[in-house]
Design a protein around this ligand. Structure first.
Ligand SMILES: C[S@@+](CC[C@H](N)C(=O)[O-])C[C@H]1O[C@@H](n2cnc3c(N)ncnc32)[C@H](O)[C@@H]1O
Length: 237
């Protein structure tokens, strides 16, 4: 198995080629489901929705959840006993996904809340609050084998950070800032461990792993995003 590589292929095909119990940590940000958001009156074609939810081809919620369940089944198989997993999602799907992680065999541990301090602002005519929160579901295969505690005030299930900006920002529309990746990878893995991200996007998980001396393996369907990720990795020491 080649380490420190982002495969340009669907994770569902790629994961099947990995051996059982080889991964120490999963850190991933799957495509979000846009159908529901598109059908809220006044949201269709709104810039905030279009930019945040650009990647999925799912026709129904069932199709979306079945796809994520199939990915998570493979994730469970490739995880070592005691591996942790972190899965990003929006507030509309968090309770479904909590149940799916348990259904495939993981233990649900906690939902972590990311407060985006500079979200797209709420617009009066939409009659909705600004979408300033994303959720990160923490789960594990049995009791977590790695738990590198930080100072007590850094162990809340809440983190604040602006969305990706400045030099860190790439063309990827849902790029996660490294600030909301690094602490969780540091807490739940050790140096030289193997971290899996089935949905690499612009490669934030891989970049964080390189910075923390973890190995990574991942998949990304879109060739341009693979190139963006590899450029970022080449610029990371
Ligand atoms: C929410 S984005 C991940 C963003 C990433 N966390 C970052 O910081 O750039 C989800 C990514 O999954 C990719 N994707 C969608 N379906 C996929 C599949 N079946 N296999 C691999 N990648 C897929 C999309 O192209 C998209 O880049």
């Amino acid at each position: 198995m080649e380490l420190n590589i982002i495969h340009h292929q669907s994770c569902l095909e790629g994961l099947k080629l990995l051996p059982d119990e080889c991964v120490d940590l999963i850190f991933t940000d799957p495509p979000y489901f846009q159908y529901r958001a598109q059908n809220v009156q006044g949201l269709k074609n709104h810039k905030d929705v279009v930019t945040e939810f650009d990647f999925d081809d799912f026709k129904t919620e069932e199709e979306y959840l079945q796809f994520l369940e199939a990915v998570l089944i493979e994730c469970f198989r490739v995880c070592k006993s005691g591996a942790s997993g972190y899965l990003w999602c929006g507030d509309d799907f968090v309770s479904f996904l909590n149940r799916i992680v348990e259904h495939v065999g993981f233990q649900f541990r906690k939902t972590i809340h990311w407060h985006k301090t500079n979200p797209f602002p709420a617009i009066y005519t939409r009659k909705m609050y600004a979408n300033s929160m994303e959720m990160l579901i923490h789960f594990s295969k049995g009791t977590p084998k790695t738990w590198n505690n930080k100072p007590v005030n850094d162990m809340h299930n809440f983190i604040q950070s602006p969305i990706c900006m400045g030099k860190e920002r790439t063309k990827h529309k849902t790029q996660k800032p490294l600030k909301v990746c690094l602490p969780f990878i540091e807490i739940s893995s050790n140096e030289n461990d193997l971290v899996l991200d089935p949905f690499m996007g612009s490669g934030s998980t891989a970049v964080a792993c390189k910075m923390l001396n973890r190995n990574y393996i991942g998949y990304e369907l879109n060739e341009e995003f693979c190139q963006i990720a590899n450029t970022r990795l080449n610029q990371t020491r």
